[in-house]
Design a protein around this ligand. Sequence first.
Ligand SMILES: [Zn+2]
Ligand SMILES: [Zn+2]
Length: 211
Amino acid sequence: MKIKTIVFNPFRENTYLVYDDSGEAAIIDAGNLSLNENKTLLSVITSNNLTLKRSVNTHLHLDHQFGNGFVSETFHVLPEAHKADEFFIDKLPETMQMYGFPFLVKAQRLGNYLDESDSVTFGNTELRIIHVPGHSPGSLCFYHEKEGVLFSGDVLFELSIGRTDLEQGDHATLINGIRKKLFALPDYTVVYPGHGETTTIGYEKENNPYL
Ligand SMILES: [Zn+2]
Ligand SMILES: [Zn+2]
């Protein structure tokens, strides 16, 4: 599995494009917002001759769903996320205004719900879904067991964890979820978070001041 990280929008959100030798790809958290960012995403996909098969969201805070409309219109691939985060789609215009954006992007409906009984498949790749609520009620992590890779969204960061003061956030739930579900993964697992640099499960177990 190959991973391309692109940092998008004023929140410096990590959008991940993952693909394998089949040429099929999935996008995790399309955060592209400006015309230039749309162009960047398009050129990364076309220059690598990729066929986009899935567009999945770790959660639906605004910075992670900005590009869902562009991806749906351009590639005819609808976004997929946990049902419990769907209400953030309706709130997108309001939330963008609250953050002072002078324009709005189209709120894009989901094409499918994801939960732990599903997996994200494309090409020869399968990502397991791990539900870790607390930062948002529908926060999902995507795990590639064979390669030891975890896309953690805003659940776990390098030396930090997701904030829990946003709507339907819960600190104790988040801490429990990380300890029970993410710290059960092998120490060598490389964590690709929704913001900032990669880390590992082992490093965070040892050093994360919040856990
Ligand atoms: Zn978030
Ligand atoms: Zn975020």
